[in-house]
Design a protein around this ligand. Structure first.
Ligand SMILES: Cc1cc2nc3c(=O)[nH]c(=O)nc-3n(C[C@H](O)[C@H](O)[C@H](O)COP(=O)(O)O)c2cc1C
Length: 439
């Protein structure tokens, strides 16, 4: 663990975060303020948040079986450690849509972040900028597109002086750090165009359309609390993208004054599904606005849909089941990843999410063929604890965990070494919850 003995590699030595923590504990008596063990982290989040905020972050569809299936799917793959391999320099960097990123991890789009910390999306956007990892902004965000872009830039500028040249942002975008825009597509095309124009102008250069949430899933823990922030006074949190949109306000501003759910109910989770037929039009519009930047569909769980997405011209898909919040009893997201990779993995970028909690989870998803992963709940739990510091701690811990997993398992390069040969399937066993050493 001697940092002076480390050759400079293509990626930062994320593993040194472990040493920093040990050093602070040993020499200054400073310990991390909360556990990053995911089971403990979710438990302690409960103590930090109101019931509404906690359950919004953690509610699942139905009985929560898809959430469980997401985790079980990771448990049934095991990593095969290799020995006497030179892992002194690791390469975690990957190329994603013209951005060279230092590690294959994105911040997933998560709505209404002000539930978790007063500064809302500005927190993860800034931390993503600091780490050079892509940030994806949700249409259901509680901060405006423009403010989030500025926060992301402010994070990125803090690494610019720190030799952070691993994060190359493609020319054509005015952003200092890669950022994507997640679209919930309403039925007023003028509003959709306005959101996309604003996103592009603010440097969000990949459009990620979410297609699994035309309406919220049936989530009993949210039902029990009638947990819909938009209808509670003051009824403004979560309306920020609409309330800051000139087209939405011109057309519907008066209605929003009388009905705080107007934005979310008509433009976000509006309950009216779009179909494949509408997609070529939307892709064309995004290409026109952005000068041809990538379009990605989020919510794919079958090889058939992955192929359709490819055929209509998507450059990527997100293999996700929305963290098990939409269809209860659905397949675990990692379960279907291999067949989707077999169908389209050489034709388009595959981003994976739903259930990533540790470095070895990231490793497994990449070994099964994902080009990058997204994390959602992990960073929410972190920011719920200590805002910026909590979000940073959780994300740096995940990066360190991944880097250390690669070091000790004997896989120096994500793109060269981490593939299916690194894994073995184990059909038996059920993911054990809460069975670990506790303080
Ligand atoms: C509290 C919460 C809010 C979310 N909000 C959105 C959203 O606004 N748009 C979207 O496309 N996905 C949303 N998602 C899904 C995430 O983008 C992502 O698919 C999922 O959280 C990944 O799983 P993980 O939380 O296990 O990492 C949300 C998920 C959670 C837990």
């Amino acid at each position: 663990m001697d940092p002076t003995n480390k050759a400079k590699g293509p990626s930062p030595h994320y593993s040194l975060y472990q040493r920093e923590i040990f050093r602070q504990g040993g020499t200054e008596g400073k310990l991390p303020h909360f556990s990053v063990h995911p089971d403990e982290l979710v438990e302690s989040t409960k103590k930090k948040l109101s019931d509404r905020a906690y359950f919004y972050a953690n509610s699942n569809a139905g009985l929560g079986w898809t959430d469980r299936a997401n985790r079980e799917a990771f448990y049934s793959w095991r990593i095969i450690p290799r020995m006497l391999v030179d892992t002194n320099v690791r390469d975690l960097s990957v190329e994603l849509f013209g951005h060279r990123i230092p590690a294959p991890i994105l911040f997933a789009p998560i709505g209404i972040n002000k539930l978790y910390s007063p500064e809302g999306e500005l927190i993860p956007a800034k931390i993503a900028g600091e780490l050079g990892l892509p940030y994806c902004l949700s249409t259901a965000a509680s901060s405006s597109i423009e403010d989030v872009a500025a926060a992301n830039d402010s994070g990125a500028s803090s690494i610019a002086s720190d030799g952070g040249n691993y994060c190359q942002v493609r020319a054509g975008s005015n952003a200092q750090s890669p950022r994507f825009f997640q679209l919930y597509m309403g039925h007023d095309d003028d509003v959709t165009m306005s959101l996309l124009e604003r996103a592009w102008k603010s440097g969000f250069d990949v459009c990620m359309l979410t297609v699994d949430t035309w309406q919220l899933g049936w989530r009993p823990t949210d039902i029990n609390l009638a947990n819909y922030v938009f209808y509670y006074p003051p009824g403004t949190t979560g309306n920020e993208l609409g309330a800051s949109d000139p087209v939405f306000m011109r057309k519907y501003g008066d209605e929003l004054k009388n009905d705080s759910g107007k934005w979310i109910d008509s433009s976000v989770w509006h309950g009216k599904a779009h179909t494949w037929e509408k997609m070529p039009w939307l892709i064309k519009q995004w290409k026109r606005i952005s000068g041809g930047r990538p379009f990605v569909i989020k919510g794919i769980q079958s090889a058939e849909d992955a192929l359709k997405a490819y055929e209509i011209g998507c450059e990527g898909i997100v293999v996700t089941n929305h963290a098990g919040r939409q269809v209860d009893g659905a397949v675990g997201s990692l379960e279907v990843l291999p067949e989707i990779v077999d169908a389209v993995g050489d034709k388009m970028k595959i981003i994976f999410d739903s259930g990533i909690r540790t470095g070895s989870d990231v490793f497994k998803a990449l070994a099964l063929g994902a080009h990058a992963v997204q994390v959602g709940r992990l960073y929410v739990w972190g920011m719920a604890h200590e805002g910026e510091a909590g979000c940073r701690h959780v994300m740096k811990s995940l990066l360190a965990d991944l880097d250390i997993t690669m070091t000790v398992a004997g896989y120096p390069s994500i793109t060269r070494d981490v593939n299916r040969k690194a894994l073995r399937r184990n059909e038996s066993g059920v993911y054990p919850r809460g069975e670990h050493a506790k303080l």
